[in-house]
Design a protein around this ligand. Sequence first.
Ligand code: BGC
Length: 754
Amino acid sequence: MYNKKRYTKRILYILFVYIIIFLNLFLYSKKPTAESETDRFIDSLLVRMTTEEKLGQLTLHRGGTLLSLNSLVTDNEKELIRKGKIGAMFNVFGAEMTYELQRIAVEESRLGIPLIFAMDVVHGFKTIFPVPLAYTCSWDPQLVQKAAQIAALEATASGIHWTFAPMIDIARDPRWGRIVEGSGEDPFLASVMAETQIKGYQGDDLSDSRTLLACAKHFVAYGGAIGGRDYNTVDVSERTLQEIYLPPFKSAVKSGVGTIMSAFNEVSGIPMTANNYLLTDVLRKSWGFDGFVVSDWNAIPELIIHGVARDRAHAGELAINAGVDMDMIGFIFQKEMLDLINTGRISETLVNTAVRRVLKVKYRLGLFDDPYRYCDTRRESSEVMNEGHIEFAREAARKSIVLLKNDQKILPLRKDLKRIAVIGPLADDNDSPLGSWFAAGESRDVISVLDGIQDAVSSGTTVMYEKGCDVEGYDESSIKKAVNTAKNADAVVLVLGEHYRMSGEAKSRSSLKLPGIQQKLARQIVATDKPVIVLLMNGRPLSVTWLAENVPAILECWFLGVRMGSAVADVLFGDYNPGGKLAVSFPRTVGQVPCYYNHKNTGRPASPDKTKDTARYIDLHITPLFPFGHGLSYTQFKYNNLVITPCKIRSEGSVQIVFELENIGERTGDEVAQLYIRDIVASITRPVQALKGFKRIHLTPGEKKNVIFELPVEQCGFLDREMNYLVEPGIIEVMIGSSSADIRLKGHFEVQKS
Ligand code: BGC
């Protein structure tokens, strides 16, 4: 009896334990997450892959050149796809072509792993928008996001899954030709633009066949090339790296960017393709980036030329160890890496990690569900360059134009002038508006400046065109004819600048002057005493000091895309009131470079007083020709009643900055109100101004609006001596301006000890 009782008790106890375990399992076991499903799928694939097939996934080939897309798709390439030796291809496009290549990958390769198709879709696919430096001058994140969204729609309709964009390199040196591809000199503005472009490309769901995988490039400090010479050595302090060059990439990672491209340059003696600290410690461990890293073009073999790798195998070893997952065009991961694994120099586990990252992105794109989801000929014919996209290209273009100068309100022009002379080599150029990286864009789709003006004027107006001279070159024979035409006109529109081939990759210049004899042409046209308006078309800030001093009106137009001419005409004739602001400072001469607004004060700040020994040139004004944030309007804006609350705050929470903005002119227009701060006394020297907010506001004549900025106090911090982020107690000066040099309202608040 005693035993039986004990026995029953024991059984009950065991039953109780089982029930508890069961309940625990039932209640607390999580449903398999999407993440774990993806991992399981990838693991099941990985175990079936040969080492060669794994390396194939880490290999990016090209199927064409920029100017001749698809032209390099040969039988040999197809055979490599069949053998699983290629994981991704770029410069191939078109629903039919990509379908055929994908079919080979999926139906004829052993494991049927789909390919990713990539392209440099940087500012539009076929509907080309303003170059990124230009659309950043709109200071309109929604606009930039929509441009990226349309680019994604068009590219994906043509079979593309992946764009090598956004380019988010900070550039403080306009000699560097790639300044045209980025968002200018300021880390805050560039971070906002990075975020919005990524949102535009990737949307909320990468598996949606209308969204495009983004690639933030070039990680990192590529824009810091010494002397502005592309690919040159970069020599930046850890502080400048952290405060200026890294923030846009951090913002990209926060925005969920799927891939990152490592840069060509070195940082602190270590080429980025081999830079473990930045690619792994910072990017992955500290920021939690979970996509894959692709090398830049041939950058892995170039480690030999940098002088850090003995041979190709060593270069591959350095790159994969540093955190590069995919080899663009270097063919080292495809070839030498196999031997490295077989001889044990590289562990297969390391390769598996990289393959896993690539496959995960393919999974996120939905390619394992339906590898053909992006190859849709119907979408391709209805969505690429449709009317809505073209109309938006015009909107984006006119919002990007910056009115640099407008003396005596010479602009806008009347549409019924009898004769308008359009002069200058770039006026009837319909290649240049496409700028650098025009993907599938074509010059036949471009409305040139001349065409735009001709379309806009009234029937009674004669538009006379003379080239005057070439963009480059020294032939003066056409100047006289141009001058005579100007003499016969009521107003002259002089279109000057650089050809699109003068900026972009490997297009650094040692001079920032107008090339060729364009200034000579300008002098002679101005000497006619006719009202002259200069339109600048260029991919970098130019030091056009003579023009700024001698021409009454200047519009910075950059390269504005397929509707450049219509947008320029909208602004010239006042159908649209320009509201763009410079995303980069214009130096007076190349000798003033680097010239950026967020500099330090120094112990002897530059003073106009030449009798004092200060941080200035003895032969130059201390200010830039046109400052960061500068841009005029056909109307005027008044800033009033700045209120900052609270005036004392601890190192958490936000400060509210409110002021009134009023249109006191006679035209409707947009003003970009800019918020700058300065930490007056800190344990580390701080910039004299740092942009922390901006808003583009539309106001009708007489209209007033309250503008509100919420400034998180966290944004007023900096890295201390040990490079730890801290918000230090002290006074923060608040500056509200129409540009960095045109501050209209000032106030301050105090950060108190927590
Ligand atoms: C450029 C990259 C570009 C790649 C592919 C490289 O030369 O630096 O920006 O994405 O080519 O076209």
